[in-house]
Design a protein around this ligand. Sequence first.
Ligand code: NAD
Length: 289
Amino acid sequence: METSILSGIEASKALYSSLEGRITHLKNHGITPGLAAVLVGNNPASEIYVKNKTKKFEALGLKTDLFRLNEDISEKELLSLIEKLNSNVKFHGILVQLPLPKHIDSEKVLNAILPTKDVDGFHPENAGLLSIGKPRFIPCTPKGMMFILKHFNIHLNGKHVVVIGRSNIVGRPISILASLKELGNATVTLCHSGTKDLKYFSKQADVLVAALGSPEFVDASYIKEGVCILDVGINRIEKDGMSKIVGDVNQESVLGIASSLTPVPKGVGPMTIAMLVENTVLSAELLLN
Ligand code: NAD
């Protein structure tokens, strides 16, 4: 079986072109969607993530301001910045790049973001809306995965989706999205570190989501022929004396068995950024309506 590669670059281009008209419409009403990005400390990976995100906003003619804060900023000072950003009408979205330094309670900071500006979709109010099937801001990575499936005409209706990983930013929200009648209508199994006999479940998957954060963990022995695999993992490893990024799936091993697969890199990653843009545009639109 030939495995088709589900390019996140191709899908994200389709999303960006669909956003052009929406952005023009907002600008015609005097609104430029704006994102406030908050970066604390000098974590090199976070620097790259934030730069990639803000670059995309700039390329699309959207507003973005980067708030760089020292590693030793106090929680109180950070919360006071969030409060200012909450009331600044220029910003329709606020992004706090994770991880935050250990002395800061990340949950407290994320919960301080106004739910109507929470374009990452991490606030309990947005998580709650998603869980009752009335989503407002859906976390960007799972939202991007649903878009990839739609773009490549992969329908979830009646399928068995098996998700490995139950984090609040990937595993749990994708399991909810896939199960919602209007969006996925799939039967969903959510596996995690407490799952006994993971292969028993993963081998039943018509669509397998690998979001466990373990490099190349899922190989041919975990899947059945014809499965569609969404590889969410981003892991930096040393291989043959070189540093490279790999997913949570051993991609070489599943080629020829899976019917389709998101590559790493250039799979789910680009869609995460695209959906941050989409959520920010959506936030500006909600204000207009
Ligand atoms: P996390 O560490 O918060 O959660 C991992 C989950 O996997 C946990 O729920 C844990 O129970 C489960 N797990 C771990 N080992 C397991 C095992 N052996 N068997 C079954 N379940 C197991 O991770 P996360 O934030 O959800 O991220 C997952 C992966 O996705 C990471 O590689 C991360 O870098 C990547 N990621 C990518 C993007 C993107 O844009 N592509 C976005 C977010 C995260």
